[in-house]
Design a protein around this ligand. Structure first.
Ligand SMILES: NC(=O)c1ccc[n+]([C@@H]2O[C@H](COP(=O)([O-])OP(=O)(O)OC[C@H]3O[C@@H](n4cnc5c(N)ncnc54)[C@H](O)[C@@H]3O)[C@@H](O)[C@H]2O)c1
Length: 428
């Protein structure tokens, strides 16, 4: 079977390789020619995917990449994995989906199955995407071509999270669309979870991400409340999670990060307004989670104050730029917010991240482009008045950090089992 996967990022690339491994011939399409060239040359641009994995599939002609959308005429399935960000006003920006739809439509053949995987609000597939596909192709969804939505459940950096074994929810525009889409995914994915419509599948993904956002907000709020009472929230969570039923551990942090949890729930908030509905849990969770960097900076200011120093003029190292441990993904990372808040307050800021040696250009934080991670050595780390530990990468030597840094603000409980001096580490 020949399939096209559009958008070769954190979702599209591992999915392409999984289909290629499973016997499909995969055409990867992206508008970014540097990614296309890298893949055809057998090189990876994502830390947890090796060049060897790509070379193996390119070598046996199971996978190739291109920027040429006209090649869609040769495939029987198209899977779309393009970004779904929020715009400046924090409203959904589905232009990547509709642009992809416009690029795909003129080449769409009768009988092709088109599946959207990008996280989005209910109605995107059967309204927005359907309209552009039908207008550009002259074909009718559910009659001439099949249309479906199947959300991605990628968990980058988690070795247990393997594309083939994560159950996959699929919803079709018609029962026949569902059947076709289930048939497509069953080539590469072990367990499929069919649901009654594209909208149910879209809503399922939003429930999953809202669930995380709300529960992270809960422990973030409890972190602040318990800290005021002199209780360590991490110790509380570790005790609570011994309950064998009815509890699931979530951990506090310096703020939400990544391409999903800080963004996706607001897709639902926006769409709910059309129905006169309010998403109060989502709004409250957003408020608490976006307040976390401010709380962390206060804790840092207190720790410096204890040492008769002010934030202004202090040298502060933010440890970890990626939004979560052991990945190189810095999208929506709260570390940027921390760097900016510290800079505004007059601190002299640097960062260390073994997976982000240089900050690339981003739409959200263009002013940091080109900034380099410091080197990890005693003299450099000793030169900072405080280290703000934002991401707990497993490869960082936390004992060296304790030995070298005079003051550590730990937002991840990373120092819990490290030998430190009293008053040396403040949790935040
Ligand atoms: N990263 C995750 O862990 C994750 C998990 C679950 C769901 N998702 C969702 O999956 C979708 C994709 O996320 P991602 O992390 O893979 O994004 P990404 O930014 O890593 O990759 C998207 C790719 O799409 C390409 N692209 C953009 N516009 C295009 C167009 N018009 N035509 C062709 N290619 C285009 C980009 O160049 C990029 O390579 C988003 O909706 C996201 O919310 C992401």
């Amino acid at each position: 079977m020949k399939i096209a996967i559009v958008g070769l990022g954190y979702v599209g690339l591992p999915l392409s390789l999984q289909f290629a491994r499973s016997g499909a011939t995969v055409l990867g399409l992206d508008i970014d020619s540097t990614k296309v060239d890298a893949l055809n040359g057998g090189r990876s641009y994502i830390k947890h995917i090796t060049g060897a994995d790509i070379q193996a599939m390119v070598g046996k002609k199971a996978f190739s990449a291109s920027t040429d959308f006209s090649l869609i005429k040769n495939v029987s399935a198209v899977i779309i994995c393009v970004p779904t960000p929020l715009n400046k006003n924090r409203e959904p920006d589905i232009s990547f989906i509709t642009e992809t739809g416009k690029a795909v439509a003129p080449h769409l053949q009768k009988g092709t199955v088109v599946v959207l995987e990008s996280t989005t609000y209910p109605g995107t597939t059967d309204e927005d995407l359907r309209e552009v596909l039908e207008a550009g192709s002259g074909l009718k969804a559910g009659i001439d071509f099949h249309l479906a939505f199947s959300p991605e459940r990628e968990d980058p950096g988690n070795p247990q999270s393997v594309v083939a074994t994560i159950p996959k929810v699929v919803g079709g525009y018609t029962p026949a669309c569902l059947e076709k889409a289930v048939g497509l995914y069953s080539i590469a994915i072990k367990t499929l979870v069919p649901v009654s419509s594209c909208r149910v599948a879209e809503a399922t993904k939003l429930l999953e991400n809202t669930f995380r956002s709300v529960n992270i907000a809960l422990v973030n709020e409890l972190k602040v409340v318990y800290s005021a009472m002199g209780i360590d929230v991490w110790e509380v969570i570790n005790a609570a999670k011994t309950k064998p039923f009815g509890f699931m551990a979530f951990y506090p942090g310096p703020g939400l990060g990544g391409h999903c949890i800080p963004i996706d729930p607001f897709y639902l908030t926006w769409k709910a307004r059309e129905y006169g509905q309010h998403t109060r849990f989502i709004e409250l969770a957003g408020e608490i989670n976006t307040g976390m960097p401010e709380y962390v900076i206060h804790r840092l200011a207190d720790a410096l104050n204890e040492r008769s120093k002010s934030v202004k003029g202090s040298k502060v190292l933010v440890l970890g730029l990626a939004y979560k441990p052991n990945v190189d993904d810095d999208r929506e990372s709260p570390s940027y917010v921390l760097l900016e808040m510290l800079k505004q307050r007059g601190a002299l800021v640097s960062y260390y991240d073994p997976y982000v040696p240089v900050i690339k250009h981003t739409r959200e934080h263009p002013q940091w482009a080109g900034t380099k991670s410091i080197a990890w050595d005693r003299t450099t780390v000793e030169g900072f008045d405080a280290v703000l530990l934002a991401t707990n990468h497993a490869s960082v030597n936390y004992q060296e950090l304790a030995d070298w840094s005079p003051c550590i603000i730990d937002t991840r409980n990373a120092m819990v089992s490290i030998k430190t001096k009293p008053g040396h580490v403040a949790k935040a």
